[in-house]
Write a protein that binds this ligand. Structure first.
Ligand code: CUA
Length: 178
């Protein structure tokens, strides 16, 4: 069977790309242990609503100025609906789901994770620009997926024990802006 030279080149190129993609998947899965965020922390999805931490989601401000935000993502809302955090400080988000897989994306920032039932997803980021951010679910989770959202409000708060806020006057934008 005669195969044209150019067709042959494209066939080999396409096959080569597939091999590279499969190798990349294998490498990240086995070599880099690609997994749900903070995979080591598990939780029984059935106990999320009565859990000491996730049963009463909300923001906790710490003495060093940082904050922890505990969130429940469920069909079809986030709790709390409105999250207030200080500007320019490390904010740790912790969340889980009592039902299906959801997404948690703080639009126009690098805050983005899957929320997988059975696991606690956690990430830490900071916001250098005060204002209101939209949080959306970016994993299709059912008929109410499109209404699943919340609001993040970043505002200036007094520094830890009255210390001057060293991020004052920092340029706008969020660390890791894309
Ligand atoms: Cu929750 Cu889509």
């Amino acid at each position: 069977m005669h195969v044209d030279l150019y067709e042959k080149i494209w066939m080999y190129a396409a096959a080569g790309i597939i091999v590279v993609f499969l190798a990349a998947m294998g490498y990240t899965t086995v070599g880099r242990a690609m997994q749900p965020p903070s995979h080591v922390e598990t939780i029984d999805p059935a106990s999320v609503r009565t859990d000491e931490e996730f049963g009463s989601p909300g923001v906790t401000l710490h003495e060093d100025g940082t904050a922890t935000v505990v969130i429940q993502a469920f069909m079809f809302a986030f709790l709390p609906l409105e999250i207030r955090v200080p500007r320019g400080r490390d904010i740790t988000f912790r969340m889980t789901s009592p039902d299906v897989i959801h997404g948690f994306q703080i639009v126009q920032t690098n805050g983005n994770t899957m929320v997988v039932p059975g696991y606690v997803s956690q990430f830490t980021t900071r916001f250098d620009r005060a204002g209101e951010y939209l949080i959306v679910c970016n994993e299709y989770c059912g008929v109410g997926h499109h209404v699943m959202s919340a609001t993040l409000i970043v505002e200036d708060m007094p520094g830890p024990s009255g210390a001057p806020d060293e991020t004052e006057g920092a340029p706008g934008g969020t660390e890791g802006d894309r």
